[in-house]
Design a protein around this ligand. Structure first.
Ligand code: 5GP
Length: 126
């Protein structure tokens, strides 16, 4: 279900196609709620995307409309992937872009996991 400020979910977006196996990806984890795979253009030594299996454009519609079990399952998967990739020590970054100002490119909710090196400032300083 779209949320104000977002378009409807597009079943042809790249991550929908990755979920259906129409486009290859280097998967690192999957369960009932989520799939994780390496970003095609990594911006850190470890750069993995975690996406829900459900049809959500971004965090906004996910938290507004997804069942509690799906929200819990998805965020548990994010934590699980970080742990399995050995990122908990010395740390990692989680980021999710939403909409135009954040530069969201793919309209299927995804969380970026960055790690493997000191990541620098959270935002590029003007
Ligand atoms: P956004 O800017 O929407 O937060 O991030 C989208 C991310 O998806 C980018 O980091 C981009 O490199 C990644 N990406 C785009 N197309 C593909 C693809 O076909 N495969 C994979 N694995 N990552 C992709």
């Amino acid at each position: 279900m779209p949320v104000s400020g977002q378009g409807p979910y597009d079943d042809q977006n790249i991550f929908a196609r990755i979920l259906r196996g129409e486009i290859p990806s280097r998967r690192v984890y999957e369960d009932e709620w989520a799939v994780a795979f390496h970003d095609i253009a990594p911006q850190a030594p470890v750069h993995v995307l975690v996406i829900p299996r459900g049809r959500y454009v971004a965090l906004t519609d996910f938290v507004a409309t997804a069942p509690d079990a799906e929200i819990a399952g998805f965020f548990r998967a994010v934590g699980h992937v970080a742990r399995e990739l050995g990122l908990e020590q010395p740390g990692y970054r989680v980021l999710s872009n939403m909409g135009v100002h954040a530069g969201q490119e793919v309209p299927h909710l995804h969380v970026h996991l960055f790690g493997g090196a000191a990541l620098g400032p959270m935002l590029v300083k003007a």
